[in-house]
Design a protein around this ligand. Structure first.
Ligand code: FE2
Length: 255
């Protein structure tokens, strides 16, 4: 797909949920086959893309072997990128495979010229819900202060807003207002992207888009107050980050 002049195109994949042992094609959730289909489609987008972000739940079981298979696919794209921990991930396993210096890494800031992607770690050990600890908020404030006149896109596993699903809202970001305070007071923050909810959701807060991505693994039913799986292919979100601070975005499904 063509992109406009001066646009930075970011691809967002999320919630791959691979396990240490690769899934069989006949598995209830053949996540390795879904990740393979996603990699193939990402390769078709790579020439028009500038960067990639994985918004967490790289693995389902926290294993390094799962992270390794996701990392191989992401690093093969030869795009600069960022990966964020989800509630299913173990930091040591992520660090082994997305170490600083790799094209796709756990680095806090991804410099995209007129834009910066600032990643946040909302994982809290042993919990499904997310939280931004004081150190993480301080790191965010420091990154925002260093961003200068760049537009900022925040990336975080747990969404900071209601996603219109009671069961998911109950396991969201438990101190979301701390993030929303920054969004409300800093006009250079042009949007927020998240994972965790396994379907695409879009809303606005303080005039800025707050978006979630569909999962590579399985999709959750949008608008459901109780846990429910929705049929649907793996998918990812693309975001065209425009020079004026606006975002064009859409979903690519692997039909
Ligand atoms: Fe997930």
């Amino acid at each position: 797909m063509q992109k406009g002049q001066g646009v930075c195109r970011l691809l967002q994949v999320s919630d791959t949920h691979l396990c240490a042992l690769p899934s069989a094609p006949t598995a209830e959730a053949p996540v390795d086959q879904r990740w393979q289909a996603t990699q193939t489609r990402l390769m078709e987008w790579v020439d028009s893309a500038d960067a990639i972000v994985h918004t967490g739940d790289v693995s389902d079981d926290g294993s390094a072997a799962a992270c390794q298979r996701v990392a191989e696919g992401l690093q093969a794209l030869n795009l600069p990128g960022q990966v964020l921990p989800g509630n299913h991930d173990e930091p040591d396993a992520l660090l082994q495979t997305f170490a600083p210096g790799q094209p796709v890494s756990l680095a806090r800031v991804l410099d995209l010229g007129a834009w910066q992607l600032i990643g946040l770690d909302s994982r809290q050990p042993g919990e499904v819900s997310g939280h931004l600890c004081q150190a993480e908020l301080s790191a965010l404030d420091e990154a925002l202060a260093n961003a200068g006149n760049a537009w900022v896109l925040l990336a975080i596993h747990h969404p900071p807003v209601s996603v219109n699903c009671a069961w998911l809202d109950a396991i969201g970001l438990d101190n979301a207002q701390a993030l929303l305070d920054r969004l409300e007071s800093n006009p250079r923050i042009a949007g927020v992207v998240s994972g965790h909810v396994h379907h695409a959701f879009e809303t606005m807060h303080a005039g800025r888009p707050v978006l979630t991505a569909p999962a590579v693994s399985v999709q959750f039913l949008a608008g459901s107050d109780e846990f429910a799986i929705a049929p649907g292919p793996p998918a990812f979100r693309w975001l065209d980050l425009c020079p004026d601070g606006t975002i064009q975005t859409g979903i690519e499904e692997m039909n």
